[in-house]
Design a protein around this ligand. Structure first.
Ligand SMILES: Nc1nc2c(ncn2[C@@H]2O[C@H](COP(=O)(O)OP(=O)(O)O)[C@@H](O)[C@H]2O)c(=O)[nH]1
Ligand SMILES: [Mg+2]
Length: 313
């Protein structure tokens, strides 16, 4: 047999790799990855490929929040995927999500008569204790820049630190917008969805909780700390009208077995609320708008390249 032909027969996958054509988009891909030192972020080819092939306007839902707060599990639930197919969930596999990941197949939605492709993004998350750091803030900010709906996933309650993290992210996101070539590109904030998991609240609704957390605190004595926190709250005003709150109860008491449970095994109230959450997301999502225009896959990627101030190879 012709040697080249036999080579092709035995190593067909080599050619698939060389042309870097992804065959299966039913999987998660990295889109923004940290360098080994975990300081800089760069775009990653695979995730961009998944986006570039889309010709519809793009919309996306990103989930951000502390490590191990159930972000990846939630995304799988929203996409109706098991942990084995979808984003890697905590206790299984080696799955500390690094950077930002995308589910390769968007969900098609008709939004005001426009066929829109909705992508779901998973993020690395930040330490829930201690100070925020530049790296975590950048991931948060990039998720803010990319998404049309930003789900801020918080366990149990909203703390002062959660508010200040969000305000850093919003400021950074504005800065990122400033990098887009050409004229002034006005920052288009994502719709913010405060998702309070494991709702132990009594009497108070999550909407009230968010309003209280964001309300200015009177400061007659000019206390510096209160002043600072009030400034942070002010800087979040830009997200103000765009925010909604929602709560989810525990899916089941046995955390580590969640991945082996089907809907029938999960708490019925959880399943009901999860379905309501899906409907809520579909009802508020809109295509990502930059400079007054929606973006198709290629335009979305070029927007990301400009925001990150680099070209991928
Ligand atoms: N009790 C409880 N556990 C959860 C929930 N969501 C996820 N988990 C579990 O918490 C762990 C971390 O979940 P994961 O989705 O990987 O968190 P991530 O780091 O925020 O992406 C896993 O063992 C999940 O099974 C939840 O809503 N309630
Ligand atoms: Mg995760």
């Amino acid at each position: 047999m012709d040697t080249f032909l036999s080579f092709l027969l035995f190593f067909p996958s080599l050619f698939a790799i060389a042309s870097s054509q992804i065959q299966n988009f039913q999987q998660p891909f990295p889109i923004v990855e940290p360098d080994p030192g975990h300081t800089k972020l760069r775009l990653s080819r695979e995730g961009l490929e998944a986006i570039e092939r889309i010709t519809n306007p793009i919309a996306s839902v990103a989930v951000i929040g502390p490590y191990r707060s159930g972000k990846s599990f939630l995304l799988n639930q929203l996409l109706s995927l098991s942990c084995y197919e979808g984003f890697g969930v905590g206790h299984m596999r080696d799955t500390k999500t690094k950077g930002i990941w995308i589910w390769g197949t968007p969900i098609e939605l008709d939004i005001d008569g426009v066929k829109t492709s909705v992508f779901y993004l998973d993020t690395e998350g930040f330490e829930s204790v201690g100070k925020s750091n530049v790296y975590d803030d950048r991931i948060f900010a990039l998720a803010t820049v990319m998404s049309s709906v930003l789900i801020y996933n918080l366990p149990e309650t909203i703390r002062e630190a959660d508010i200040s993290r969000l305000s850093f992210a919003v400021e950074l996101a504005e800065e990122f917008y400033g990098r887009v070539k050409g004229q002034d590109v006005a920052f288009e904030p994502a719709k913010l969805l405060w998702l309070i998991q494991r709702d132990f609240l009594q009497g108070k609704s999550v909407q009230q909780m968010v309003e209280e957390a964001l309300r200015r605190v009177p400061n007659i004595n000019g206390d510096k700390n209160i002043d600072m926190v009030n400034q942070i709250r002010d800087s979040l005003a830009i997200m103000g009208d765009n925010s909604t709150a929602f709560s989810l109860p525990q899916p089941h008491l046995q955390r580590t077995k969640l991945c082996d449970m089907k809907d029938g095994d999960l708490e019925p109230l959880y399943v009901k609320r999860r379905e309501q959450l899906k409907e809520l997301v579909s009802s508020i999502i809109r295509p990502k708008i930059v400079q007054g225009k929606s973006l198709n896959g290629k335009e979305f990627v070029s927007f990301l390249e400009q925001v990150l101030g680099c070209q991928h190879d």
